[in-house]
Design a protein around this ligand. Structure first.
Ligand SMILES: C[S@@+](CC[C@H](N)C(=O)[O-])C[C@H]1O[C@@H](n2cnc3c(N)ncnc32)[C@H](O)[C@@H]1O
Length: 290
């Protein structure tokens, strides 16, 4: 499934390297990840989430507050297996790998053989994922230029990350499923009410931006959780984009709390690449889904 980011030829894992048919080679790190992000694909020195955000997300997710979201994704994949005994899956913008790893364990439990790749543009996110979860191929790469073979994937998962329709269309098999997770209207509403004076309720639906796919369904996942540790409240805040644009007084108010009851709400949209889709022509722009 993995192709060379320089010449797009197939790559093979040979000892501690990925080597392509054109003889380009990339070292596999001591943590077992590979960096296939070319400097020409970077828009900054250290693109993607930084070390602090990655650590906040890891510590928060490990407490299990978003397990309900992970379970819902696993159920959607299970429902769409339709008898497949071996599946190729890509998680784009996988972060530190919590959901990717739970998806792998879920498929192992079902006895389904899965080749799962997690891609993120953040080196820190992929290093963290590779250190923690061993059964997945972890790759530093960009969603806008996936080092993945054409029509090789049964599923693509993209959670709270960049939506680039044409690369998803290129790499999915015909009949393959695309699962997009975005924040719902009431997501973290009570947290926002503490930080901001006025709270705008809105949400992004990816359906229009992904209209080259068939939209199969939207599943709404909504539940309330009481966040019981001060650390987790800070980690939750620091893993969201709110950390970049919030009034100091609101942040201090939030960080003074010992616990926080808040709503968690996401929408999971499932799309299919039509069996009759012809070669895709690059007509669409990229959009962020949260
Ligand atoms: C909001 S986080 C979500 C992480 C993970 N999916 C989760 O839900 O825990 C978005 C992730 O997308 C990554 N990202 C941003 N731009 C990207 C790009 N162009 N290609 C691949 N990953 C990207 C960031 O580094 C970050 O890890």
């Amino acid at each position: 499934m993995i192709v060379c980011p320089v010449c797009s030829k197939k790559m093979q894992k040979i000892e501690r390297k990925y080597i392509c048919e054109g003889n380009h080679n990339f070292d596999i790190s001591k943590f077992n990840h590979v960096n296939l992000l070319l400097s020409s694909q970077k828009n900054s020195k250290l693109p993607g989430d930084n070390k602090e955000m990655v650590l906040s997300r890891k510590n928060y997710l490990e407490k299990g507050y978003y397990k309900g979201i992970s379970d819902a994704i696993n159920e959607i994949v299970n429902k769409n297996l339709k008898g497949l005994k071996e599946v190729n899956i890509l998680d784009i913008g996988c972060g530190e790998g919590y959901y990717t790893s739970r998806l792998k364990n879920n498929l192992d439990d079902l006895g389904v053989e899965s080749n799962i790749i997690g891609i993120d543009i953040s080196k820190e996110a992929i290093i963290s994922a590779a250190k923690s979860y061993k059964k997945i191929e972890w790759i530093v790469a960009s969603a806008s230029s996936l080092p993945i073979e054409d029509e090789s994937l049964d599923f693509i998962v993209c959670m709270f990350a960049k939506i680039i329709p044409e690369e998803k269309m290129r790499t999915l098999k015909k009949g393959g499923k695309l699962i997009i997770v975005s924040t719902g209207e009431n997501h973290l509403l009570q947290l926002k009410e503490i930080v901001y004076e006025t709270v705008r309720k809105d949400y992004y639906s990816p359906v229009e931006d992904l209209n080259i796919f068939s939209h199969l369904e939207t599943l709404n996942v909504k539940y309330d959780k009481e966040i019981l540790e001060k650390d987790s409240i800070e980690n939750l805040f620091n893993m969201t984009p709110y950390r970049w644009r919030s009034p100091q007084s609101g942040v201090e108010k939030l960080f003074s709390l010992d616990k926080l009851k808040t709503t968690i709400e996401v929408n999971i949209d499932v799309f299919e690449k039509n069996k009759k889709n012809k070669t895709f022509i690059n007509l669409f722009s990229s959009k962020k889904c949260n």
